[in-house]
Design a protein around this ligand. Structure first.
Ligand code: TXA
Ligand code: MG
Length: 347
């Protein structure tokens, strides 16, 4: 496969990416979580092209990426409640980082970004290339431009963690893909709704930062919800009925999740993937029987970082079925299990 869309992130390439974005084009952008499909978030046509490229339903809102906390604040409502200001103040200390905050939107935010809802999702990514592009856009434009960026995969497929993943999945639809190497975290950001004056903040998507990390920084407890519940517009809430969005991040190959400790059962055409390598792996000479792992070193952070790349490789390796063994539901394992349940969901 020829991927001449992929560029090393030289100063020239970053300047070219910023120019293309300001002209309304799409770029594959590395972040520490997953690669984003970025377009300027303040232009209707540019934002619309994201939905078209991904085949993403228009009722699914986008995250706006910015470079500074001041730029983040300017995307939120002018008259933020004091309690929300305080939560924002505390949680933005995780930025740049794998955290997305949702709060009441500023009047200037496009309906296309928020899916018509009253809130906006904001993040400062912790990746030098993403931050350099945001800074260069600000320089060329004379003022900050937020980047709308969902994960750079076709809607519902496995998220991308390398520049090659982006080029393979979206190819000619993007002007260029900046190569920032493999994503360090490997799972999408933790999403937190800031709540209201009367309701607590709420984790809507698990990620590298856990509810405990958040609660400790906030000095108050954090509710657990699901995307589509708390923060969305009424019409979005209706569409996101329970289970509707269960299937996500999915390989095309039939995939199932097995409980921890399920003994290996090698069969022709079946790939088994364990969280960590076990000592009693069946060795086999057949090419069609395989046993892989997400983390040879046994660390959950490594498994998270490798998860999507291993799932993508498994999907194109020609197996009839992929059997994935669960990992411990603790630390970042909570987020890994969330993604694995969705990847193996049949609905
Ligand atoms: O790590 C990440 O968050 C990556 C990188 C590229 O930053 N982005 C990402 O974007 O995962 P995406 O679009 O694949 O997932 C964002 C999720 C979607 O499920 C969307 O429904 C939800 O955030 N979302 C965005 N804005 C929202 C809002 N105002 N209210 C509720 N949910 C929102
Ligand atoms: Mg996504």
């Amino acid at each position: 496969m020829s991927h001449n869309l992929i560029s090393e992130p030289t100063a020239d390439a970053i300047a070219a990416a910023a120019r293309a974005l300001l002209r309304g084009r799409l770029i594959g952008l590395p972040t520490e979580t997953v690669y984003g499909l970025a377009a300027r978030g303040d232009h209707t046509d540019a934002v619309n092209s994201i939905f078209a490229a991904k085949g993403r339903p228009r009722h699914n809102p986008l995250i706006l990426h910015v470079g500074t906390t001041d730029d983040a604040r300017s995307l939120l409502a002018d008259d933020l409640d004091e309690r929300l200001k305080n939560r924002l103040e505390r949680l933005q200390s995780f930025w740049p980082g794998p955290l997305t905050l949702i709060g009441p939107k500023h009047a200037s935010i496009l309906d296309e970004v928020t899916a018509g809802g009253p809130t906006v999702a904001i993040r400062i990514p912790d990746h030098p290339v993403a931050l350099a592009v945001l800074k260069e856009m600000k320089r060329q434009n004379g003022s900050a431009v937020p980047l709308a960026a969902p994960s750079a995969n076709v809607s519902n497929y496995v998220s991308p963690t390398t520049a090659e993943h982006v080029a393979t999945g979206l190819g000619e639809l993007v002007e260029m893909v900046l190569d920032g190497g493999r994503c360090r975290v490997g799972l999408e950001s933790t999403i937190v709704f800031l709540g209201t004056a009367d309701t607590p903040p709420c984790v809507l998507r698990s990620g590298r930062l856990s509810e405990h990390d958040l609660a400790a920084r906030l000095g108050e407890s954090v509710a657990i919800g699901a995307l589509g519940e708390q923060a969305a517009a009424p019409e979005t809430r209706r569409i996101a009925a329970p289970g509707q969005f269960a299937k996500h991040y999915s390989p095309h190959t039939e995939s199932v999740l097995l409980p921890i400790g399920t003994p290996p059962n090698p069969r022709e055409g079946v790939l088994r993937i364990d969280f960590a390598a076990t000592t009693n792996l069946e060795t086999t000479t057949s090419h069609s029987i395989s046993h892989w792992t997400f983390a040879a070193d046994g660390h959950l952070e490594t498994a998270a970082s490798n998860l999507y790349d291993v799932l993508r490789q498994a999907d194109v390796a020609g197996f009839q079925r992929i059997e994935i063994v669960a990992c411990p539901d603790q630390g970042i394992g909570v987020a890994i299990m969330d993604r694995l349940r969705r990847a193996t969901s049949s609905t």
